[in-house]
Design a protein around this ligand. Structure first.
Ligand SMILES: C[S@@+](CC[C@H](N)C(=O)[O-])C[C@H]1O[C@@H](n2cnc3c(N)ncnc32)[C@H](O)[C@@H]1O
Length: 344
């Protein structure tokens, strides 16, 4: 075992202990509009205090803290944004990630203090994943859309690149339809089927209405376990779906995907994937696993879990779709059997 940090140096432990304060300070700075104001104003404490409606003392502290976190620099009393803050934390720009503060205050601040309870019981403490309270998803979707855009583009590129004139794409647990929208844009001849529960209807219709008039979109609203998915799809997508389910239910969904695919068709799994052999390379997936402990019967599973389950269900070994660097991975596996077994 190689643990390089000297045991007499607590800096790393203390830094972890202060992790919550980094998040909380960033979320507060976003919420009161500090990044927007530094981007468009003079970058002085007075300017930020006046336009964000906060105290001079508060503006001084928050600007210092954001500079200490590397999100701003200061020269002669004028703050400016770091390159990544300028790209991702200024509202209105494509890729804006500032809606993360809604998840922080709306969900994380209630959820994470309950982790000890979930650790003791091994059971969820909040029914977030399958909740039919659409307000959870209203808070999550703007942030997810921004985070997922590069991955959605990679999935859409894969579908558009298939040597099939009108590929059939099935998006299971499609949520707001970000991936289907990206496929609709990149593959204008694709036929798209979305399956999700009833409360997603409005979001799906809103997101995908541009494709409806061409008869390219089928919405199947209901429980993904009982809903008919149709057949002969060339690509089935499970994006951020399987992490919400226990292994038995993952196996049921993978078996159902195998039946819904045309022979040679591809199942794409987009997920937080842990690496138990090299855990420090996947900290966000491992933390996401704790979130799943608190909210579902699922987990952030390792690649070997998917590989084993897919090969046992009639798929090829998994391969990775090279996409943008991030905390998630896109795994692909092809349906091997040549017989069409029909839908469930
Ligand atoms: C984490 S979201 C992922 C949404 C989308 N695939 C994405 O990556 O942005 C999971 C989705 O699965 C849907 N879902 C979960 N369990 C379901 C069930 N039993 N039946 C229908 N939909 C379900 C939820 O409604 C939600 O839209």
């Amino acid at each position: 075992m190689n643990i390089a940090t000297p045991p007499d140096n607590p800096a790393r432990i203390l830094d972890l202990e202060w992790g919550f304060a980094k998040s909380a300070a960033l979320m507060a700075a976003i919420e009161v509009g500090v990044f927007d104001q530094v981007a468009k104003g003079t970058g002085t404490v007075e300017d930020v205090a006046e336009h964000c409606g906060i105290s001079l003392r508060g503006a001084t502290s928050v600007l210092q803290a954001m500079a200490a976190l590397g999100l701003m620099a200061q020269e002669n009393g004028h703050y400016c944004l770091s390159a990544d803050a300028a790209q991702y934390l200024v509202s209105g720009l494509p890729g804006y990630l500032g809606d993360m503060h809604r998840i922080f205050s709306g969900i994380n601040a209630q959820l994470w203090p309950q982790l000890p309870k979930a650790l003791r019981s091994g059971a969820p403490v909040m029914d977030l994943f399958t909740s039919d309270d659409a307000s959870h998803w209203d808070a999550v979707f703007p942030f997810l859309e921004a985070v997922c855009a590069p991955m959605a583009k990679a999935v859409a590129g894969y579908v558009a690149g298939l040597p099939i004139s009108a590929p059939r794409f099935l998006d299971v647990g499609s949520g707001a339809g970000f991936y289907s929208c990206a496929v609709a844009a990149s593959a204008p001849t694709a036929h798209i089927t979305c399956v999700d529960q009833q409360d997603m209807r409005k979001k799906l219709l809103t997101s995908l209405e541009t494709t409806q008039n061409e008869g390219r979109l089928t919405l199947r609203l209901g429980d993904i376990f009982t809903q008919d998915w149709g057949q002969d799809h060339n690509v089935v997508l499970f994006s951020h779906l399987l992490h919400g389910f226990a292994p038995d239910d993952c196996a049921r969904l993978i078996a159902k995907a195998e039946k819904a695919l045309a022979p040679g068709g591809t199942l794409i799994i987009h997920e937080f994937v842990t690496d138990p052999a090299d855990p420090e390379t996947t900290p966000i997936p491992a933390l996401f696993g704790l979130e799943m402990l608190m909210t579902s019967h699922g987990d952030a599973y390792p690649a070997a879990f998917y590989d084993h389950m897919l090969t046992a269900s009639g798929f090829s070994a998994t391969r990775t779709l090279e996409g943008p660097r991030g905390a998630t991975k896109i795994l692909l596996a092809d349906r091997l059997s040549t017989s069409t077994t029909g839908d469930e």
